[in-house]
Design a protein around this ligand. Sequence first.
Ligand SMILES: N[C@@H](CCC(=O)N[C@@H](CS)C(=O)NCC(=O)O)C(=O)O
Length: 209
Amino acid sequence: MIDLYTWKTPNGRKISVMLEETGLPYDLKPIDIGHGEQKAPEFLAVSPNGKIPGIVDHDAAGGPLALFESGAILTYLADRHGSLLAPTGPARYLAMSWTYWQVGGLGPMLGQLGFFSRQKEPNQAAIERYSTECGRLLHVLEDRLSASPFLAGDAYSIADIAAYPWTFAARSMLAQALPEDARELPATTAWLDTVGARPAVQRGMAVPA
Ligand SMILES: N[C@@H](CCC(=O)N[C@@H](CS)C(=O)NCC(=O)O)C(=O)O
């Protein structure tokens, strides 16, 4: 059994979507980040950085394995299940490129844009900086999806699972903070529709309820 430590955020939902896609059985352990539960010693033992998501795989080869960082968890679960990431070759490394791009770029930049646009006293320089960078990243995504049905090529992979919850957030709660020309991009819309129609994605995006 896998314990999933998560909350109602895009980074958490990458992993609930992945677990739903693979069908690996999991036990949900909600960590309310609005109440500081991510800094509790029991959770820090799983995720020393004090951020969700985290997992503990009690059936890992060699004994229970605690993992944090969504990109590492997605890679582990794909290898553990044998799906959604090619075992070797170019498709594997393309999926890793787009997964790292999401974890190191799109996610943090949209997160900062959300933070600065929610402040009572707006910092215009910060909003401008993150809005411009998010717009640029969304155009990078659009260019890729104009050339390829999925981020790693012809097959749906962990790269799409990593990018979906944040792109969904960019289209919904963050849309007003984005440059106008990045709000509605056609290849991204088609990809959001395709990925969002998957039953496992719908189930995973509702976790925790
Ligand atoms: N790079 C990390 C980012 C994780 C992250 O930022 N998690 C947020 C929720 S989306 C969190 O736990 N925030 C609580 C905090 O910073 O105290 C990953 O991809 O797993």
